[in-house]
Design a binder for this molecule. Structure first.
Ligand SMILES: *Cc1c(COP(=O)(O)O)cnc(C)c1O
Length: 359
């Protein structure tokens, strides 16, 4: 039996991507060479980079003002690279405090300028999204986390941000390309690849060129976005294999019908999951219903003593990655793009069985 993978990240990718990626490790495109031994400045790799960047533009429907970069260091590097490039020392940036990742981004921004916490749900354990923004001191940008991977909340209505008229910066690590969204409304978007678009080791950064060069700060070459734009995202050796895995995933995504098709199936998966959760009183969702994430469902048992028993049952039934994050406890079922509907059907069946027979 093939396991059902609900892991939060690194996470499931389409089976076909693993198969094609493993072939390319041995023989890339019939060249007799592995993708791992081809110089990044060769025509062969250049075409990988070109196609990957073009697919990002196409799938996100980006306008000509937006640049696409693949950088190292994970989303966590963007927590400091963003303010380093965008926030002048005496200026203020506004941040939404909606989870652990958001809080880490706030901490790093404070190293480069002033931070205005525009809203926070920290005092209630990040169990909802605070929709009243308090914007002070003329912020140069407003930062948000579109999906809070650990707590399982996701901004369903982004107009609260669009209505501010401020330049927007978003961490979309765990829901990028999972739903239709006007990606052009953002000055900068970043996402670690390992949740919805590929393998760990690379970051997707989409940004408007016009926002750069305004801080008066001298930057190390590798941390200056302008250098990466100029070098076509190949300032140094890029993470070639991780980028190739992104390419395969993006090709798969396009063949499925693109973002629109993803949004539809992700909606169906989330509906089935949450309907089951709400129908079984032994389980309890931990966040406000209207803010529930379609990517990461976080829930607990009314009787926490039965937690181990449920996890053991999941394991026995071939369900992988159901245990919640160490800070929240309980369970987390991640339903990224590549997770098939059958996996959601399987786990909801296990939940119903558990509710009927074990408690
Ligand atoms: C996983 C995650 C991160 C951290 O990503 P790394 O690539 O491990 O640095 C940041 N933000 C969000 C929303 C995440 O889900």
């Amino acid at each position: 039996m093939h396991p059902h993978n609900f892991g939060a990240g690194p996470s499931i990718l389409p089976r076909q991507v693993f198969e094609e990626a493993s072939k390319a490790l041995i023989d890339f495109n019939g060249s007799g060479l592995s993708i791992l031994e081809i110089g990044h400045r060769t025509k062969t790799f250049q075409s990988v980079m070109d196609e990957t960047r073009a697919l990002v533009k196409e799938l996100m429907q980006l306008d000509a003002n937006h640049e696409v970069l693949f950088l190292h260091g994970g989303a966590s590097t963007q927590f400091f690279q963003v303010p380093m490039n965008l926030l002048p020392p005496a200026a203020t940036a506004a941040y939404t405090d909606t989870g652990i990742w958001a809080a880490k981004a706030i901490k790093e921004a404070g190293l480069f300028g002033k931070v205005n916490t525009a809203c926070s749900s920290k005092s209630t354990g990040y169990n909802h999204l605070p929709k009243e923004l308090e914007l002070k001191n003329d912020p140069v940008y407003l930062h948000l986390t579109t999906n809070n991977t650990i707590y399982g909340t996701q901004w369903q209505d982004l107009s609260v941000f669009y209505n501010t008229g401020l330049p927007l910066v978003a961490d979309m690590s765990s829901d990028i390309l999972s739903r239709k969204m006007d990606y052009n409304k953002y000055d900068l978007i970043y996402a670690g690849a390992q949740k919805n678009i590929g393998a760990a080791g690379v970051n997707l950064v989409v940004l408007k060129k016009g926002i750069l060069g305004k801080t008066g700060r001298e930057l190390p070459s590798m941390l200056d976005y302008r250098n990466h734009i100029e070098a076509g995202s190949m300032l140094n050796t890029p993470p070639v294999f991780s980028i190739f895995v992104c390419l395969l995933t993006l090709r798969w995504l396009k063949a499925q019908g693109g973002v629109e098709a993803m949004e539809k199936i992700n909606g169906q998966k989330a509906s089935l999951f949450y309907e089951t959760l709400d129908a079984l009183p032994v389980f309890k969702g931990t966040v406000a219903k209207e803010d529930r994430s379609k990517m990461n469902a976080v829930f607990v048992l009314e009787n926490p003593k039965a937690e181990t028993e449920f996890l053991e049952l999941c394991e026995k039934e071939g369900m992988f990655g159901v245990k919640g994050h160490r800070t929240t406890g309980g369970f987390r079922v991640s339903m990224y793009n590549a997770l098939p509907m059958e996996s959601v059907q399987a786990i909801t069946a296990v939940m119903r069985y558990f509710a009927q027979t074990k408690l």
